[in-house]
Ligand binder design. Structure first.
Ligand SMILES: [Zn+2]
Length: 176
């Protein structure tokens, strides 16, 4: 049987506080038209790495929020292993990022919204707690899932409208 945390209420408050920072970072991504995902790495109660999705801006398909946050945390700790660290992210990691988390030996993953299409922490695959791999990560899912999910749906809705408007403008141009 799994051990129960000593003070779950305090843990939840701390989780919400760090997730709130990840949400702020996700909003920075949305502001530059990137899919709004934000991530922070926490070590001993302190944020040591931050990132938000920047794949389009950096022309880099690997520039996901988790990837950028982990790179920064590794530099800060001066270590390629992020032992005893927790990663907070607003959306369930993809298979690339889940693989990265295993490589980094991160202790715990806290994510908000599930990603039913590409999530690799339980939704489509589970790479973060797989017996066949040499490292398993503790996972807490669904913390502040509602605002994070809403942020993503608002973003995609806006983007669909923009694409539609651009198409219409182009059609009108051709008619002239
Ligand atoms: Zn990813």
């Amino acid at each position: 049987m799994k051990k129960i945390a000593i003070n779950p209420q305090q843990n939840l408050q701390q989780d919400q506080q760090f997730m709130q920072r990840a949400i702020e970072l996700a909003q920075q991504a949305a502001a530059i038209n990137e899919i709004p995902v934000g991530a922070v790495v926490v070590y001993q109660g302190e944020i040591i790495g931050e990132g938000f999705n920047q794949s389009i801006t950096l022309n880099d398909p690997s520039a996901h929020a988790e990837m950028l946050a982990i790179r920064q945390a590794g530099k800060k700790l001066n270590n390629y292993r992020l032992l005893d660290c927790t990663l907070y992210v607003t959306l369930e990691p993809c298979s690339m990022c889940a693989g990265l988390l295993v490589h980094s030996r991160i202790k715990r993953l806290v994510f908000a919204a599930h990603d039913l299409k590409t999530g690799a922490a339980g939704s489509v695959f589970n790479l973060v707690a797989n017996d066949k791999l040499n490292h398993q990560i503790e996972v807490s899912a669904g913390i502040m899932a509602e605002p994070c999910g809403a942020m993503l749906s608002t973003f995609f809705k806006r983007r669909r409208q923009e694409i539609k408007a651009a198409k219409q403008a182009k059609n009108n141009e051709e008619k002239c």
